[in-house]
Every structure is written in C-alpha cells, then in structure tokens.
Design a binder for this molecule. Structure first.
Ligand code: F6P
Length: 371
C-alpha cells in the first residue's frame, strides 16, 4: 500500500483541521496509509511520525488550530541547538525511509517554497494554500482568510460603537506583512474610514485631513484599519532602495537573538505601529485617539462555513491527486470549485493587492481614505 505524510507549517489558522481531515479521509478511501508529522518541518527533520487512523480525524472539522501542531522552521535553515543547519537531506531521507510516497504540506508562501525545495531534493509533494493573509498566488483564495475576515470585521464593528460613544479615533492594527487583503477586506466590510495597506505608502497628513473633514461634517468618530506591514512614504522608499541594491537585513541566529534580548531586555520593544499612528494623528488633528491590535485573535477559533467547505474541497482534491499519483502540485480554489497548479509556478510568489483591484475602487467610492 502507498503511504503519505501530512504536516502543517507556518502560522496556524482556522481550517487546518478541516483540511487535514479532508486529505486523510480521501487518501484512506483510496487505500493510502496516512502518517501525521507533528510541528511542521521540524517533526520531519526530527523523525517524528504518528499513524493517523480514520477515527483520529473524525470530529475535528470544526476545531480551530491544528491537531498536528505547527512551527515556522524550514528544513534548509533549521535551528538545531545553538546552530542553524541545512537539514534538507535528513528531512527527505526520514520520509523515504518510512516509505512515504508523497508529503502533503499545508501552509502559506514559506511552506510552498520549502515544499518545492524538498521536491527538488527528491521527495514528491502536494501542497494546500493556507493563510489568513490570502497572499498565496494561483488560488482565488487561501483557507483561513474567510474566518479571519469575519473575526476582524466583527472587531471593527465593536470598535465602531465605542468610538462613536466617545467621539474618538480608533486605530486598529490587523495582520498582513506583505499583503493587505485582510485589512482591506475587513476595512471595507466594517466600514473603516481609512485603510492603510503595505502596497501603498501612507501620508498621515492626508489621513489627518480626512479625519478633520469628517469632523466638519459632524462625524465625530473615525476607525482606521492598518495592516501591520503598512509603511510611510519614507519607509516605503527606503525599502524599495534596499530591494534595488539587494541589501537585505541579515536575520540574527537564535544565539544572537538570545544575546540581544539579554542585553536589551525583551520588554524594551519599539513603539508599535498602531500606537505610533494614533500618536501622530492625535498630534495632527487634536482628536482623541486610541489603539487596538487584533493580533493572534485573527488566527484563532472555529473555521467559518466557507472555510470548512474550501478545506474539504481542497483536501479531497489532494486525495484524488494522490490516488492518481499526480504529485508536485498545489491544489487551489477556482470559483466555486477546486483545481491544481504545478507547485513550481507558485513557489516564491506573493499575491499582493493590486491598487486597481475592485476592493480598492469600492473603498474609494465610499469615501475611505487609503492614506
Ligand atoms: O502568516 C500569517 C501571519 O498571520 C502574518 O500576517 C503575521 O505577520 C504572522 O503570521 C505572525 O505570526 P507569528 O506571530 O506566529 O510569527
């Protein structure tokens, strides 16, 4: 009998369990044995496997998080004690020695790239697109996004009532380092008055003007939805130049990071983005401002009906590809259904928000300031 390994990697999100269930049930139906690998690629490198029976994946459809556990570790740059090592060959040989025919990886952009690396090192793979950021390319949507969108929108709704009562500006920080889909989607759905995205540098003078204009029209509150990767014009330019010059800040090793924390103290963190924006807007407008950072709340909880549906469709599509022996593909959402694309066409890409996207146009039409 054939055998697959399944792992979840990168940040968790609602729907991972639903997708694990979909893949596992479908694979089992085709007579394929399923091994779960705990904690993403770290579990694979550390040779940790657990047989998944049908009963283990029953009753998990509605559960948030991932029963397998996850990590952000990459096989080719794996912190092992004090060192960071390339463990790609170890990962591949651990899988092959368990007679794994294909490794199914559930994850975002990092995972797509890491899966592609394992594939190049000789391990067949199939991937599923997971992320609340919705920035995986070649799929209409990634699972986890729909649930996060509802969570963030509900939070903005709640901020509205308190902002209205106190006549305040509330700056709400949402996840999304490189892509602003979540801030834009929740901002439009929640009726935010300004939305700041990583894709478009912001000018707080413009935002301040917009707030004062609202005030003039007797709108005494404002909500600003800010993606965590939003940049001022100056920061944006700096980043572009760094990219052009190929200068990328070197990431510190775990040892260096520990030394830095000991030296500086982990509590001495920089002023957060939402606080900085609120402070500056308060200074520019004299309106009272408050902040809320939604943080990991956006990644928690039970998946929405749509995410459960997408995860089940993607998972079972992966099961079909496994049965046909069609490997090295990412299953993806296309309209109401699912399809698959060669993994090499996805790995390394990031789907950011095009500034002429309909969501952007709609936001502008309802007088939302985009910074
Ligand atoms: O990958 C999704 C994401 O939600 C990003 O938007 C965010 O920057 C990141 O995860 C933070 O994740 P963690 O705190 O788990 O490292």
């Amino acid at each position: 009998t054939r055998c697959i390994g399944i792992l979840t990697s990168g940040g968790d999100c609602p729907g991972l369990n639903a997708a694990i269930r979909g893949v596992a049930k479908s694979a089992m139906k085709h007579g394929i044995r399923v091994l779960g690998i705990p904690d993403g690629f770290r579990g694979l490198v550390e040779n940790r496997f657990l047989p998944l029976e049908n009963v283990a994946v029953s009753g998990i459809l509605t559960l948030g998080g991932t029963l397998l556990g996850t990590s952000r570790d990459k096989p080719h740059k794996m912190p092992m004690g004090e060192r960071v090592l390339n463990m790609t060959d170890v990962a591949v040989s651990n899988a092959l020695s368990r007679q794994i025919d294909c490794l199914v990886c559930l994850g975002g952009n990092g995972t797509q790239k890491n899966a592609q690396r394992l594939r190049e090192a000789g391990l067949p793979v199939i991937t599923l697109p997971k992320t609340i950021d919705n920035d995986v390319a070649k799929t209409d949507v990634s699972f986890g996004f729909d649930t996060a969108l509802s969570t963030a929108t509900e939070a903005i709704d709640r901020l509205h009532t308190t902002a209205t009562s106190h006549h305040r500006v509330i700056v709400c920080e949402l996840m999304g380092h490189k892509a602003g889909w979540l801030a834009l989607g929740a901002g439009v759905a929640g009726g935010a008055d300004a939305i700041l995205l990583p894709e478009k540098p912001y000018d707080l003078n413009r935002v301040a003007e917009h707030l004062l204009e609202r005030r003039k029209h007797n709108k005494r509150f404002s909500i600003i939805a800010v993606a965590e990767g939003a940049l001022s014009e100056k920061e944006f330019q700096q980043k572009q130049e760094e990219k052009k010059g190929g200068k990328k800040q070197k990431k510190s090793t775990p040892k260096e990071e520990k030394a830095r924390q000991l030296h500086e103290g982990p509590h001495l963190v920089q002023e957060s983005l939402d606080s900085r924006i609120a402070r500056q807007l308060q200074g520019l407008t004299d309106l009272e401002a408050r902040t809320t950072s939604l943080g990991h709340v956006q990644r928690g909880g039970s998946p929405s009906a749509r995410d459960r549906l997408i995860c089940t469709l993607l998972g079972t599509k992966a099961g079909e590809l496994l049965a046909e022996g069609k490997y090295n593909r990412m299953v993806s959402v296309a309209g109401d259904g699912v399809t698959s694309v060669p993994l090499e066409e996805v790995a390394g890409l990031c789907k950011t928000v095009p500034l002429d996207h309909d969501w952007v146009r709609a936001a502008l039409e309802v007088d939302t300031c985009l910074g």
